[in-house]
Design a protein around this ligand. Structure first.
Ligand code: FAD
Ligand code: NAG
Ligand code: NAG
Length: 197
C-alpha cells in the first residue's frame, strides 16, 4: 500500500508525536489521526476508550496447506491463515486477551495454539512430509501483538482542531486489514466534504 501511494507522489515522514498539534505545519489543511493503540497516550484528548486486545500467533512453514480455517468463539479464536506469496508461511492462532499489555510471547500459549489448530485441521500434521507430530512442524517464529480495540467500536469522525480539519480513524481492533480500506474511504469522504478542500 505504501509503495502504491509513493508511486502516486505521496511523501512519507516517520516521526513520533507527543501531541497531535505537532502534526500541523503552517500550510497543513487536514490531519487524519490513525494512531491505533498509541492513541490512548497521544496528547490532546487522550482516548481512554482505546484498549489492547492481545494476541499471539505461531508462524510455521507449510507447503502442504493452501487453505484457511477458523473457529471463532466469543472470547477465543482458533485460526489457520496461509499467506500467499510468502514462501509457504502459515499463521496459526490465536488469542484474544482484552486489556492485556504483555509484549512477550509465551511458550504455554504457543503449545496451546499448536494443539488447537492441529485438532481443528488435522491435515496440518497428517500431510506434513517431515512427520505426523507437532514437533515435526517447522516453526519460523512466534509473535505477540496488541489489537487496537475501542469500547463502542471504531471512531471515524471529523472535528475542528485550532480551525483546521482533524479526522479520526482508529479503533479497528482485530479487523484493520479486512476493514481498513473501507474505513479509509469513510475518513477521506469526511475530509473531502469540507468546503476548504
Ligand atoms: C495477533 C493479531 C492478529 C490480527 N489478526 C487480524 C486479522 O485476521 N484480520 C484483520 O483484519 N486484522 C487483524 N489484526 C488487526 C490489525 O493488525 C489491526 O486492526 C490494524 O493493524 C490496525 O491498523 P491501524 O492502522 O488502525 O493501527 P496500527 O497498525 O496499530 O498503526 C498505528 C500506527 O500509529 C503509530 N503511532 C501511534 N502513536 C504514535 C505517535 N504518538 N506518534 C507517531 N506515530 C504513532 C504507530 O507507530 C503505528 O504505526 C490482528 C492483530 C493482531 C495483533
Ligand atoms: C487521536 O487518536 C487517538 C486514538 O488513536 C485518540 O486517543 C486521540 O484522542 C486522538 N487525538 C485527538 C487530538 O483527538
Ligand atoms: C497440548 O497437548 C499435549 C498433548 O495432548 C498436552 O500434553 C499439553 O498439555 C497441551 N498443551 C497445552 C498448553 O494445552
Amino acid at each position: 500500500m505504501m509503495n502504491y501511494l509513493q508511486r502516486k507522489g505521496v511523501q512519507v515522514n516517520r516521526k513520533k508525536l507527543n501531541h497531535i498539534a505537532e502534526a500541523y505545519y503552517p500550510d497543513t489543511i487536514a490531519v487524519v489521526n490513525c494512531s491505533g493503540i498509541g492513541a490512548r497516550s497521544l496528547g490532546g484528548v487522550e482516548d481512554t476508550m482505546v484498549y489492547p486486545t492481545r494476541g499471539q500467533v505461531v508462524v510455521v512453514k507449510a507447503p502442504h496447506i493452501s487453505e484457511n480455517r477458523m473457529f471463532w468463539g466469543k472470547d477465543s479464536a482458533t485460526y489457520v491463515i496461509k499467506r500467499p506469496y510468502s514462501n509457504d508461511q502459515m499463521i496459526l492462532g490465536g488469542f484474544l486477551q482484552h486489556g492485556d499489555w504483555t509484549p512477550d510471547t509465551l511458550k504455554e500459549q504457543s503449545d496451546d495454539i499448536l494443539n488447537r489448530t492441529t485438532k481443528m485441521f488435522p491435515k496440518i500434521l497428517s500431510d506434513n512430509i517431515h512427520g505426523p507430530n507437532i514437533e515435526d512442524l517447522e516453526v519460523l517464529r512466534v509473535v505477540a501483538g496488541l489489537r487496537p480495540s475501542r469500547t463502542g467500536g471504531v471512531r471515524i469522525e471529523k472535528q475542528n482542531f485550532q480551525n483546521k480539519i482533524l479526522v479520526h480513524n482508529y479503533g479497528a481492533s482485530g479487523y484493520g486489514y479486512q476493514s481498513g480500506y473501507a474505513m479509509g474511504q469513510e475518513a477521506a469522504k469526511l475530509a473531502l466534504a469540507t468546503p476548504k478542500l
